[in-house]
Each structure stands twice: as structure tokens, then as C-alpha cells.
Design a protein around this ligand. Structure first.
Ligand SMILES: Nc1ncnc2c1ncn2[C@@H]1O[C@H](COP(=O)(O)OP(=O)(O)OP(=O)(O)O)[C@@H](O)[C@H]1O
Ligand SMILES: Cc1ncc(C[n+]2csc(CCOP(=O)(O)O)c2C)c(N)n1
Ligand SMILES: [Mg+2]
Ligand SMILES: [Mg+2]
Ligand SMILES: [Mg+2]
Length: 329
């Protein structure tokens, strides 16, 4: 057996290469990172953590775990209208975890760094007596004063969502062996979207000037729309039939209202949810065409109890839901 690298050997081997392109990281040789913000821009800071058994399966491929960790944070930057700049990383790993796990994890981070234009600025490495626990803090840049707030929606505004909803929630059911799908292609698409979400990093910054209120969908569409309209001081109507579904999700749902309810409440979507006046429709259609990502109108805000979401099915009768989204506690 080869000698273990130890804490600092691991940092040198796996993390220093990820910080190489970012001078503010100081080569991961100092106590902290140092970097400035360009004139006229502001720093946006977001943190999301992931725990094995809660956010991913312990035997998931380490590169997939890295991608989900990175992308869930990039999605929050996009929701603020920010462009990715740098991130810090905390790894809490059980002693004895094979170094090949870290190798795959670092490779996954490196791949997404290149894909999304972000660099490692620093972090911390600790051991844990519990499950693998990971946290990223992502830093992004927005034009000063223009970060997109959750509370920018107004009664009468329309509600829009990017991409498609429900893939990951259906993928999770497949991963748990609780959902049979028509074919291998359907299953592969839904599992891919669970493990490697597609953060809307190009659309997010381009929503500045178009969107009123904005956020990303992580807990579930219904729950997150509740957060958006609650912060905006109004209620929302969601047309379940208008919610964009991938072909794979449509095939897996197969007209079953229970599965449709799961798709709109299950979470892990990492799509953008935002409000805009009806007059912005043409601009949004142009943006969608430009980015090659669907932007779909799914409902509207109206005066009412802040945070209340009515979900209507095709016959405009209320769709019964047993829950609105993910809640840790
Ligand atoms: N432990 C905490 N300490 C300080 N602020 C927190 C803590 N947990 C959450 N927050 C803050 O509460 C707000 C909502 O957090 P939440 O994690 O729900 O947002 P999110 O990242 O958009 O959603 P998700 O975690 O589902 O991706 C954010 O402003 C976040 O910074
Ligand atoms: C193994 C496994 N079990 C359950 C889920 C579903 N899940 C976990 S946390 C969360 C909400 C977002 O997290 P947070 O609010 O902590 O950022 C969701 C939808 C999963 N992805 N993997
Ligand atoms: Mg969070
Ligand atoms: Mg988040
Ligand atoms: Mg968010």
C-alpha cells in the first residue's frame, strides 16, 4: 500500500491545481484568499452544503457529487443575476476514505471550473466521524445595485421558469427503485438531471432589467414560488399544465396526477423562477432563443395572503398536494 498523502499532501495534490488560475487564491499557500471587486460591480456570496445520504447517495460517482455541489451554488449565483468568479470549498471526509475518491471529486470540480468559468480560492479540509459532508461558498459579480431580489414581484406580474421541472424528483424515485419508466433513455435522462443539474448561468445575468423577483428552484417549484411571492407580499397562481416537462418527465409521469404533483414539489431542479410583466414576453422569448433554453410562463401573481400558492390543473380545478416541497426538519 502506498503511504497516505496526509492533509497537506492532499491539498497540494488535489486542490492546488484547481486554484492555479486565480491569483487571489495565493496558490493555497496563505491563511486566506485576497481579491478585489471591479469598479461598478458588487460581490454576491452564496453557500450550499451537501451531506451523503441526504443530498446524494454515498456510492454516487465522486465527479457527479462535485458537479452537483458546484452547480447548486452556481444556480444561486444565477438567481441573483451574478456571473461566477471564485469559490471556497469545505470537505469533511471520513478517515480512510480512498484517495481515488478525492481524485474523482477534484477532477469533477476541475471540469466544471472550466465549463462555468470559476476558480478555487481556498477552503478547509477536516475529518468527520459522520458521512461525507461538503460545502461550497461561491462568489459572483453583479452590476452594483442590480442583484435580482426575491421580493421584486408585483400583483399582475407573470411567473416564468427556465428549462424543465421535475426531472430530478422523478430521477430520485428511479434511484430509490420506486418508479418504473418506459425505457432506458428516459431513466438515463432523469438520473442525469438529478446528478448533474444545468444551472442557468447565462440566462441569470441577462434577466437584470427584465425580471422583477427571481430565485432558483431547489426545494420544489410550489414551495419556491411560495417563497418568491411571500417575499413579494402577494399570492400566486400556478397552472400545473403549463409547467414545462422534458419528454422524459412526460413519459415517466404518463398522465398520473400523483407523479405530476411529485414533479412540481420534489425539488433539485436548479432552474430559475422569476416574475416579469406580460409586456416582457417578447424580450424573454428572444432571450430564450438566444440562450437555447426554454423560458415558459406558468402563472401569475395576485393580491392575497403573502406566500399562498394555488395550483390549478388543466380543468382549472385545484390540484391536491400533500406537500409543497423539501423541508429538512
Ligand atoms: N445556517 C444559516 N445561517 C445563516 N443564514 C442562513 C442559514 N441557512 C440559510 N440561511 C439563509 O437563508 C436564506 C434561505 O436559505 P436557503 O438555503 O433556503 O436558500 P437557497 O440556497 O436558495 O435554497 P436551497 O438551500 O434549497 O438551495 C438565504 O439567504 C440563506 O443565506
Ligand atoms: C439521497 C437523496 N435523497 C433526497 C434527495 C432530495 N433532496 C435532498 S435536499 C433537497 C432540497 C435542496 O437541498 P438544500 O435545501 O439542503 O439545499 C432535495 C430535493 C437527494 N437529492 N438525494
Ligand atoms: Mg441553501
Ligand atoms: Mg441553493
Ligand atoms: Mg436558491
Amino acid at each position: 500500500m502506498t503511504k497516505p498523502l496526509g492533509e497537506f499532501g492532499r491539498i497540494s495534490r488535489f486542490f492546488k491545481p484547481l486554484a492555479a488560475g486565480f491569483p487571489g487564491a495565493r496558490g493555497l499557500r496563505d491563511d486566506a484568499a485576497v481579491f478585489g471587486v471591479p469598479e461598478g460591480r458588487e460581490l454576491v456570496v452564496t453557500t450550499d452544503a451537501m451531506v451523503a445520504g441526504v443530498h446524494f447517495f454515498p456510492d454516487d460517482a465522486p465527479a457527479d457529487i462535485a458537479a452537483k455541489l458546484m452547480r447548486s451554488n452556481l444556480s444561486d449565483l444565477a438567481a441573483m443575476g451574478a456571473e461566477p468568479l471564485a469559490y471556497t470549498l469545505v470537505t469533511a471526509l471520513p478517515r480512510g476514505l480512498d484517495e481515488s475518491w478525492l481524485e474523482g471529486f477534484a477532477a469533477g470540480l476541475g471540469e466544471d471550473q472550466r465549463r462555468f468559468g470559476i476558480a478555487l480560492a481556498g477552503g478547509d479540509s477536516v475529518s468527520t466521524t459522520g458521512p461525507v459532508t461538503l460545502s461550497v461558498t461561491a462568489f459572483g459579480l453583479v452590476p452594483a445595485g442590480r442583484a435580482l431580489p426575491r421580493w421584486g414581484g408585483r400583483p399582475g406580474d407573470r411567473v416564468f421558469v427556465t428549462g424543465s421541472i421535475g426531472d430530478a424528483a422523478l430521477g430520485l424515485e428511479i434511484a430509490y427503485g420506486r418508479l418504473d419508466v418506459p425505457d432506458e433513455e428516459t431513466s438515463a435522462h432523469l438520473l442525469r438531471r438529478l446528478r448533474r443539474p444545468d444551472p442557468r448561468t447565462t440566462i441569470g445575468p441577462r434577466l437584470i432589467g427584465l425580471a422583477g423577483g427571481a430565485m432558483d428552484v431547489s426545494d420544489g417549484l410550489v414551495a419556491d414560488l411560495g417563497h418568491l411571492c411571500g417575499e413579494s407580499g402577494c399570492a400566486a397562481l400556478l397552472r400545473a399544465e403549463a409547467v414545462p416537462l422534458s419528454d422524459a418527465a412526460r413519459g415517466a409521469i404518463d398522465g398520473d396526477p400523483v407523479r405530476l404533483a411529485l414533479a412540481i414539489t420534489g425539488g433539485d431542479d436548479y432552474e430559475l423562477l422569476f416574475t416579469a410583466p406580460a409586456a416582457a414576453r417578447d424580450d424573454l422569448a428572444a432571450l430564450s432563443a438566444d440562450c437555447g433554453v426554454a423560458i415558459t410562463e406558468i402563472g401569475e401573481l395576485h393580491p392575497g395572503t403573502p406566500g399562498e400558492v394555488s395550483v390549478l390543473d388543466a380543468a382549472t380545478t385545484p390540484l391536491p398536494l400533500t406537500r409543497r416541497g423539501w423541508d429538512h426538519f
